[in-house]
Design a protein around this ligand. Structure first.
Ligand code: DQA
Length: 148
């Protein structure tokens, strides 16, 4: 059976999960969160890989690579790039791969500058504020959508 191909893209500073502002992002480390994501992906029978970069251009390149690879869905937490990266937004709009924007914290409950996502208008939707479970909810969405 064909397995849906998914890439999870973590943006800037997300490699510091478990170290950075635990009161906001929780105590799970970057590796622990990735393991949880992979466990769910196996359970849902997804072909999933994970990419992280602190460089905007690398993320743009990864989105282009996803297009060439025939990736079915992107699950992306762009980190602070969310709020200003027109380059990442344009890359998503260019490849037209359905993308789900996720955030660990609730970006609407924090500083005003986090309210604005330049990425959201080119995404299927935004999942924000559920801790690492935001990523799992995105996988859940894909699973449910694929059954329909
Ligand atoms: C974040 C929210 C962003 O505002 C912030 O810059 C991050 C993490 C989140 O997952 O809650 O780096 O994307």
């Amino acid at each position: 059976m064909y397995k849906k191909k998914i890439i999870v893209i973590h943006g800037v500073n997300l490699n510091l999960l478990g170290i950075r502002e635990k009161e906001i992002y929780g105590g799970f480390t970057y590796d622990e969160i990735n393991n949880l994501i992979k466990n769910y992906a196996d359970e849902y029978n997804f072909d999933l890989r994970i990419f992280q970069s602190n460089y905007e251009g690398d993320i743009v390149e990864e989105i282009h690579a996803a297009y060439k690879e025939g990736i079915d869905y992107i699950v992306m937490n762009p980190g602070a790039f969310t709020h200003y990266s027109i380059a990442i937004r344009d890359a998503i709009a260019s490849v037209k791969i359905p993308t789900i924007e996720v955030h660990i914290s609730n970006v609407h409950k924090r500083e005003e500058f986090r309210e604005k996502s330049v990425i959201a208008p080119v995404c299927e939707g935004q999942i924000t504020g559920f801790g690492y479970y935001s990523y799992i909810m995105a996988l859940n969405y894909i699973k449910i959508k694929e059954i329909d």
